[in-house]
Design a protein around this ligand. Structure first.
Ligand code: ATP
Ligand code: MN
Length: 479
């Protein structure tokens, strides 16, 4: 058996008393031909390994370079250095894999995030990305923990779908037809009957419609999977491939939906605060350093941990779209034309500059915006009695903007069909979806939380490309 190692995170909790230990990891630095800082990804803290020329031959010492992987057998002794309780005095150092110091791209110094994006295959080996991806893991685990504790059923909805009706965003087509000479119909259009699935298909933009079907049997379900949007918007908040969590609950109205979403967000943040303190403290420090180069008014008012504590311990503000439009229209920001898009009338869609004004300048806390005009929202949202608005809710977070989009769903068949016809959505193709309204329809609601936006919020990072391992964005599908 090879893996007799102790993880560094675990080792750091030991009392040093010359116990023998085996550790394995990658060299971060090697100083004075004697001190190896070894990291195994279990924590950002390195273990110091003492490797003396007395114990090791010169050829081996030469091969201990940044990036090389080692197996170290040694004894755990008290450390004389400050900031660490123990270190490992090596008796055997085995090089598992060499790393040419001339060629290894990560030097023991600060690299820019842009540089590291180009080296995304190696960036896990930096402190920043070590912390980010352990936090990402914790958040994903907390998502499942939250819903499991509430008795939700985790559904895996399809990645390849034929429904092009949702209208959530531009879609990637899935086909096996030849590009150069696809089979054609008489009118010149492509004959998808000859395609793999016998119809036009695409990558899913949301699992909601299928999620609703399951909610009509299990009552409470959630999905957590990849979604795809071919939106050609090169922003710091959009990916072409991102992960979304979509709970769908029978017997829930809009208020129940908001309550659940708020509880859920607080729960997963709290989980990270309780279980990833060290990584979050590191990220808080990083953010503070980064903001030093910004002018005072651009810096965050709160430190990262302070912000997260604040969100966990305070109620989200709940405001209607109509109230939000009033606030925005009356704001000095609007009057002085500081918005790129001026708010002049009811009915316009909010841009992220408006969302961020509401959360960061006006309310200074997360905001749940409700009851949007039906014209700017999806067909399945429940129509309010005013004839103008739908029971939608978006949650806006400081620094991010929209993090959740959700609604109570229209469960009344006739209303739903009428709205679909108005919006030119083919009711026959979605007959399976409409069956939920034909056979035992109930009031129900759900929402979608963009996982990477959540990770951005919790880690204090500012570009969504830095919180997913291998980002897919326009003109970029590296790795
Ligand atoms: P936005 O207006 O920011 O583009 P949206 O209205 O298109 O968002 P929804 O269709 O409601 O978003 O999707 C639900 C959630 O998924 C959003 O609240 C957001 O957190 C996330 N999301 C949407 N599009 C993307 C994307 N391209 N990349 C990453 N996350 C996304
Ligand atoms: Mn979008």
């Amino acid at each position: 058996m090879f893996n007799k190692r102790v993880k560094i995170k675990e080792l750091l909790t030991w009392e040093p008393s010359n116990q023998e230990v085996v550790i394995m990891g990658w060299v971060r630095t090697f100083r004075n031909n004697q001190f190896i800082a070894l990291n195994d990804g279990s924590t950002n803290q390195n273990i110091q390994v003492m490797a003396d020329l007395g114990t090791l031959d010169e050829a081996t010492l030469k091969r201990i370079t940044t990036g090389a992987s080692l197996k170290v057998t040694g004894s755990v002794i008290p450390s004389l250095g400050k900031g660490q309780k123990l270190e490992v005095k090596a008796s055997v150092v085995e090089i598992l894999g060499d790393s040419d110091a001339e060629k290894f791209p990560l030097q023991p110094k600060k690299h820019s995030l842009e540089f590291l994006r180009e080296k995304a295959h190696l960036r896990f080996r930096t402190n920043t990305f070590g912390a980010i991806f352990r936090v990402r893991h914790a958040l994903a685990f907390a998502v499942h923990k939250f819903f499991n504790e509430k008795g939700f059923v985790y559904m895996h909805t399809p990645i390849i779908t034929a429904s092009d009706a949702e209208g959530a965003g531009e879609m990637f087509k899935v086909t096996t037809l030849p590009f150069d000479n696809p089979p054609k119909n008489e009118d010149g259009s492509i004959n998808f009957k000859e395609d793999f699935f016998g119809k036009a298909t695409n990558l899913t933009v949301s699992g909601q419609l299928e999620g609703e079907l399951a909610a009509m049997a299990f009552a409470d379900i959630y999905t957590f999977g990849p979604t795809f949007r071919a939106e050609n918007s090169n922003t710091a908040r959009h990916l072409a491939e991102f992960w979304m969590i979509e709970p769908e609950m029978a017997f829930h109205d809009l208020e129940d939906n908001m309550n659940l979403a708020e509880e859920f967000i607080k729960y997963i943040i709290k989980y990270a605060l309780d279980n990833n303190r060290e990584d979050l403290e590191f990220l808080a420090q990083r953010l503070q350093e980064e903001e030093k180069s910004l002018p005072q008014e651009k810096r965050s008012e709160m430190g990262l941990l302070e912000k997260l504590d604040f969100v966990v311990n305070n109620q989200f503000e709940r405001v209607t779209y109509t109230e939000a439009i009033e606030i925005l229209r009356e704001s000095n920001h609007n009057k002085k034309k500081k918005f790129q898009y001026i708010i002049d009338k009811w009915g316009v869609d909010l841009q992220s500059e408006h969302e961020r004004y509401l959360v960061e300048k006006h309310f200074k806390k997360p905001v749940i915006l409700t009851n949007y005009p039906k014209e700017i929202k999806a067909f399945y949202m429940r129509q309010n009695d005013d004839g103008k608005t739908v029971a939608a809710m978006d949650i806006l977070a400081p620094g991010i903007g929209e993090i959740v989009g959700g609604s109570q769903r229209e469960e009344r068949l006739e209303r739903l069909e009428t709205r679909m016809k108005e919006m030119h959505i083919p009711t026959d193709e979605l007959s399976w979806y409409l069956d939920t309204r034909r056979f035992g329809a109930v009031p129900h609601a759900g929402f979608g939380l963009g996982f990477e936006r959540m990770v951005l919020f919790v880690t204090g990072m500012t570009n969504i490309r830095d919180v997913i391992a291998f980002p897919r964005t326009p003109k970029n599908a590296e790795f």
